[in-house]
Design a protein around this ligand. Structure first.
Ligand SMILES: Nc1ncnc2c1ncn2[C@@H]1O[C@H](COP(=O)(O)OP(=O)(O)OP(=O)(O)O)[C@@H](O)[C@H]1O
Ligand SMILES: [Mg+2]
Length: 356
């Protein structure tokens, strides 16, 4: 699946933009603040109905206007579909081929986007919460069920914490909630473990493609659960161990809501000891691993501003490697001497043009 056309209306700095894209690498270049990232943000929004840089959709609406619209034609080998998202500060309306979409999950099967943006360089140094968000966003793209279970987990966790804080603690209720949490912990653990195991199949090879260095990369899932023969029994035991402390602290002390992950380059923890470049390369390899998880429909890859941060060899290796991907959007403030593709887009005066 690729994006063939993109239209923006009142989106960020665009009044009205019409662009045509191709298979392979779409290299967008232009000066600072011309609107390059805004285009990538719109593409990301089509897939995830959220932005990678704000949680407030009002930020996406052009100042002085009341609504924004993103329209795209996406095609695979057999068909073309039209996706339209119109939104204002109160809500969104999504249509596919003119028909209203009730559930955002309907978009999931249609358009898949993975993105590397500059702030991802620090993912391994950020808080565990940021890394959990990363896993949750992409894992929910692979499974609607995961998102559902995660929402139930959050709800039960809150109920359980509230139950601890009640004036008269209801032990029967707490026991029921604990049992529910045991099951939900198990399910979320299994989803995350499988996801990380899959990533580990690809991450070293990708790192090698871009760095030409023979290193072993490994994503280590950090969780309180041990991959024991009976996961359920294990979790129950762990809850028993902390029971007293939970009653005295009046809150749930263990659970997958505290999960985390680390990346090791050979035996070195990249987040702790890696250089800025190694961090960037390991997170990039992590994100590009997601490309291979979807066997049938390859995601669209978005890389914002990455080339400016790379040395010449890495720039060349990355561009060569990206040629093997289905559709890639890459932004930079200048052309690259290593990019020999036909399709450059030039953003002077906020107009997206093809360049010879
Ligand atoms: N809601 C909005 N209304 C109007 N303009 C906006 C809005 N949000 C952002 N902008 C403007 O959009 C412009 C382009 O932003 P964008 O981040 O896409 O630039 P860029 O080309 O990626 O630049 P850089 O090379 O610095 O990354 C900025 O000048 C910004 O002020
Ligand atoms: Mg930018």
């Amino acid at each position: 699946m690729i994006i063939k056309t993109l239209e923006l209306q009142n989106f960020r700095n665009y009044d009205a933009l019409k662009a045509r894209f191709e298979k392979g690498i779409n290299y967008i270049y232009g000066e600072n603040a011309e609107g390059k990232t805004n285009i990538l943000e719109a593409i990301y929004f089509l897939s995830l109905t959220r932005s990678f840089r704000t949680s407030d959709v009002s930020d996406l609406i052009k100042k002085g206007t009341g609504f924004a619209r993103i329209f795209a034609e996406i095609s695979d080998n057999n068909s073309t579909k039209r996706i339209e998202i119109t939104f204002n500060k109160n809500g969104k309306k999504i249509t596919i081929n003119g028909k209203n979409v009730a559930k955002i999950s309907e978009l999931n099967s249609l358009i898949n986007v993975i993105a590397f943006i500059p702030k991802n360089t620090n993912l391994l140094k950020d808080s565990p919460k940021d890394r959990r968000r990363f896993i949750n966003i992409y894992l929910s793209k692979f499974s609607n069920n995961y998102l559902k279970i995660l929402n139930v987990y959050e709800k039960i966790l809150k109920e359980r914490n509230d139950a601890f804080k009640a004036y008269n603690i209801n032990r029967t209720l707490l026991e029921i909630l604990t049992n529910q949490l045991v099951e939900l912990n198990k399910q979320i653990f299994m989803f995350r473990k499988k996801f990380i195991d899959e990533i580990n199949k690809y991450i070293s090879d990708i790192f090698k493609e871009v760095t030409k260095k023979e290193k072993k990369l490994f994503v280590e899932y950090k969780t309180f659960i041990n991959d024991a023969s009976s996961i359920e029994e294990f979790i129950k035991e762990e809850f028993k161990k902390v029971e007293k402390e939970e009653y005295s602290k009046k809150q749930t002390l263990i659970g997958v809501h505290k999960d985390d992950f680390e990346i090791y380059i050979d035996d070195k923890n990249a987040g702790l000891y890696g250089s800025q470049g190694e961090n960037r390369m390991s997170v990039l390899s992590l994100i590009l691993s997601l490309y291979f998880l979807n066997k049938d429909d390859k995601p669209i890859v978005i890389l914002d501003d990455i080339l400016s941060e790379l040395d010449h060899n890495h720039e060349k290796n990355l561009i060569d490697y990206l040629k093997t991907f289905n559709q890639v959007f890459i932004t930079n403030t200048a052309k690259s001497e290593y990019f020999d593709g036909k399709y450059y887009y030039y953003l002077k005066d906020r107009e997206l043009k093809e360049e010879e």
